[in-house]
Design a protein around this ligand. Structure first.
Ligand code: NAP
Length: 259
């Protein structure tokens, strides 16, 4: 029997890197995608040494127009069939909406939403034809409410959850699934890159990245609709659903203050 093939975007660090280790431990072959080629090669060599894993490295900026199609075509050309797609690449940005350069907003939307949507669309078709395959999309606890002072990031993650849950339901009765992993603050490069790392919400409540990846890996194996790792994150996510919107906005603005 041929080995399962898992494609992970944003595999050069953080949650994607940890997910790669977990799928490698299952005996899967990997396709590793991100911009940093040397980090991807480092991971591929590590997995080869530790698990005997075969990995294909594809350096690519997924925020560029046409990147998702180019990635799909590149994989098709190798004749490889992707069994699990992990849409993990993403970034955020702390700051007032009108003070963040519009280019940063735009590339966040391109990466967090457009590339994720197009990759889900492109890889879902062959999965449906085979009636087999899983997609794991990385949302966030930001998916559950608006985020003053990180408005675009929260909006992109609300989109990821909405899209994932809807397609998950469209696939009921098949052997194909879409799972959304919604982590809260997690110890990766994300905090520094998004300038959120000094916020109290980040400093006091950051989860270990290996635990978050493990929850996502378990969730996709069980074809779950939604995974929110950690008790505090679950409390935050679900209390927002029963709290009046102005109160939620007030709390979120206090949790992400600009002095
Ligand atoms: N850490 C958190 O607190 C947290 C919480 C909730 C959700 N998340 C989500 O989890 C996912 C993974 O983030 P992380 O925490 O693991 O952060 P991370 O360590 O910064 O990883 C982000 C990954 O995305 C890749 N990436 C960024 N821009 C890219 C681009 N234009 N094209 C291709 N790849 C790109 C990065 O690789 P290159 O730089 O090499 O391209 C990196 O591998 C993101 O979707 C994030 O929104 C994170």
């Amino acid at each position: 029997m041929s080995r399962e093939i898992v494609l992970i975007t944003g595999a050069s660090s953080g949650i994607g890197w940890e997910l790669a280790k977990l799928f490698a431990a299952d005996g899967s072959e990997l396709i590793l995608v991100a911009r940093n080629e040397s980090k991807l090669n480092e991971l591929a060599e590590f997995l080869k040494k530790e698990q005997g894993t075969e990995s294909m490295v594809i350096p690519m900026d997924l925020s560029e127009s046409g990147a998702a199609q180019a990635l799909f075509d590149r994989v098709q050309d190798t004749g490889k069939q992707v069994d699990v797609l992990v849409n993990n690449a993403g970034f955020g940005q702390f700051g007032r909406f009108d003070e963040i350069p519009v280019e940063r907003h735009t590339s966040m939307c391109e990466l967090n939403m457009v590339a994720l949507t197009q990759l889900t669309y492109l890889f879902l078709k062959p999965m449906k034809d085979r009636d087999s395959g899983n997609i794991l999309n990385i949302g966030s606890t930001a998916s559950f409410q608006p985020g003053p002072n990180s408005a675009v990031y929260y909006a992109t993650k609300a989109y990821v959850l909405s899209l994932s849950e809807a397609v998950h339901a469209e696939l009921w009765g098949t052997n194909v699934s879409v799972t959304c992993l919604c982590p809260g603050p997690t110890k990766t490069g994300f905090g520094k890159d998004s300038e959120m790392e000094d916020l109290p919400i980040f400093r006091n409540n950051s989860m270990d990245v290996a635990k978050v990846a493990k929850a996502g890996h378990r969730g996709v194996r069980k074809q779950k609709r939604l995974i929110v790792p950690g008790i505090m994150n679950n409390l935050l996510a679900f209390s927002n659903r029963i709290t009046a919107r102005p109160v939620v906005l007030w709390v979120m603005k206090r949790l992400q203050p600009i002095e």
